[in-house]
Write a protein that binds this ligand. Structure first.
Ligand code: NDP
Ligand code: 2IT
Length: 447
């Protein structure tokens, strides 16, 4: 088996040797899915996984725009259309200086499995740009978004490819992107999700990734007859996912000890309560400030510059910032401090060695493609509402989100239970996600 996996990975490395994040994501899937393929004749010998690691289409384009000083700026835009076997390509857009083909291919690849797990008919894609939104004026953001969409619009559509937000892309950016798409196509359609509430957005979409992650953690804890209530929770990030993960933890009676950004983390021993979280939301979403400014209002908290929060003692850890932000040594610190549950809000935040440490200690560990799927699932619900020209209530969407997270949890149990009863959620999510896409690919022939 080891040889089969290595032979496959060698092929993938040959073609993508310069793409470390993509290879990392593929390796994790290959190690769990190839043993399953080998045992099932309908999948064996069809090179399905080899087909799945090759994007159906990878688009790269120039984005030129003019900054507030009148200087011409040039960025690179991308869309990776990874797999459309079960529905239109679907996945976010990331604006961050680190964006490159490797990062977007890893994200698009993960998205294929994640979207399959949601039970909704969505293929996988991802896109974005190396544009850095930090420090840009609203007008610069608008000009960049308009320039980006003036090329991307050719490749997307409500039945073709439906982008949404990710790091650096929130409701403001989706608004500017939608405005340009609508102007160019002269069509008001659900071509993007994460739209504002007065122009086709879904209630609960802003909250969905963070809420969904905590619903998933709650499902995992239930398997141990436990709950979030009374738990000390450490969260990384302070953006969309982190904020609403924190909100849900508080609603369920947990205590939030940390938040972070790329400059460091804050630790508030007394707990970040509703009032403090409202301050963080205003600081990050309106003032677009740094998390260290928390101390200006709450001086009893500590700011640890340049560090991640994994050394803070906790019961539950929710990595909600970015990929490869939790290493083996961090996993060991969490385990030494008695952490019993790690549920990923970000995409691939834990390294391979960190995951191995969690598995070895047999704690509850959920990979992002399962635990952060609530965001894209609610995007799927936004697409449905747009097609129906209808709007569901907050409660209706939230209940559907809860049901979907519970179904994803069940799928992980179905494919991830070891003989001793321990649940390997990585294996469970990968195989469950794979089966649905592979069946559709087999039915559709070699295309
Ligand atoms: P935001 O842009 O709203 O927030 C990102 C947060 O992560 C910020 O606090 C940011 O800090 C921090 N961060 C970003 N890059 C780094 C880095 N290199 N090192 C340390 N911190 C970093 O993005 P989201 O909250 O939407 O996304 C967070 C994660 O969740 C990503 O992995 C994304 O792919 C994933 N995700 C998002 C979904 C969504 O619906 N939005 C759905 C599913 C997954 P700073 O401000 O300093 O950059
Ligand atoms: O990683 C993700 O799932 C997202 N950024 C959300 C994608 C979406 O289409 O809502």
């Amino acid at each position: 088996m080891k040889q089969k996996i290595e032979a496959f990975l060698d092929l993938v490395k040959e073609r993508n040797g310069h793409e470390p994040e993509f290879l990392q994501a593929v390796e994790e899937v290959a190690e769990t899915v190839i043993p399953y393929i080998v045992k099932h004749d309908i999948y064996y010998g069809k090179n399905i996984l080899l087909r799945m690691v090759e994007p159906e289409r990878l688009i790269s384009f120039r984005v030129s725009w003019v900054d507030d000083d009148g200087e011409i700026q040039v960025n690179r835009g991308y869309r990776v259309q990874m797999n459309s076997a079960i529905g239109p390509y679907k996945g976010g857009l990331r604006f961050h200086p680190t964006v490159n083909a490797s990062i977007l291919k890893f994200l698009a690849f993960e998205q294929v499995f994640k979207n399959s797990l949601t039970t909704l008919p969505m293929g996988g894609g991802k896109g974005g740009s190396d544009f850095d939104p930090k420090g840009k004026s609203d007008n610069e953001i608008m000009r960049f978004c308009h320039a980006f969409m003036s090329e991307l619009f050719r490749y997307i559509g409500p039945n073709t490819d439906v982008p949404a937000g990710d790091i650096g892309v929130g409701t403001r950016e989706i608004g500017f992107l939608f405005g340009m798409y609508k102007k160019l196509q002269n069509e008001f359609t659900g071509v993007l999700t994460g739209k504002g509430m007065s122009w086709g957005g879904s209630l609960i979409r802003p909250e969905a990734t963070g809420y969904g992650n905590v619903y998933f953690a709650q499902k995992m804890l239930e398997t141990k007859n436990d709950t979030i209530k009374g738990k000390d929770v450490v969260i990384s990030g302070s953006g969309n996912v982190a904020q609403y993960a924190a909100e849900k933890v508080l609603q369920l009676g947990g205590k939030v000890l940390t938040l972070s950004d790329s400059s460091g983390y804050i630790y508030d021993e007394a707990g970040i309560d509703e009032e403090k979280l409202a301050y963080v939301m205003e600081l990050k979403n309106v003032k677009r400030g740094r998390i260290s400014e928390y101390l200006e209002v709450y001086p009893d908290a500590k700011f640890e510059k340049g560090k991640t929060p994994w050394g803070v003692k906790c019961d539950v850890a929710l990595p909600c910032a970015t990929q490869n932000e939790l290493f083996e040594e961090d996993a060991k610190k969490l385990l030494d401090n008695g952490c019993i549950c790690v549920s990923e809000g970000a995409n691939m935040p834990s390294t391979k060695d960190a995951i191995a440490a969690f598995h070895e200690a047999k704690i509850l560990f959920a990979p992002g493609k399962a635990s952060n799927a609530g965001g894209v699932a609610t995007s799927g619900l936004e697409m449905t509402q747009n097609s129906l020209r209808f709007k569901w209530s907050r409660e209706e969407v939230d209940n559907k989100l809860k049901d979907i997270m519970s179904d994803i949890h069940k799928s992980c149990l179905e494919y991830g239970k070891d003989d001793d009863g321990y649940v390997d959620y990585v294996r469970g999510a990968n195989i469950a996600g794979f089966v649905k896409v592979a069946d559709a690919m087999l039915a559709q022939g070699i295309v």
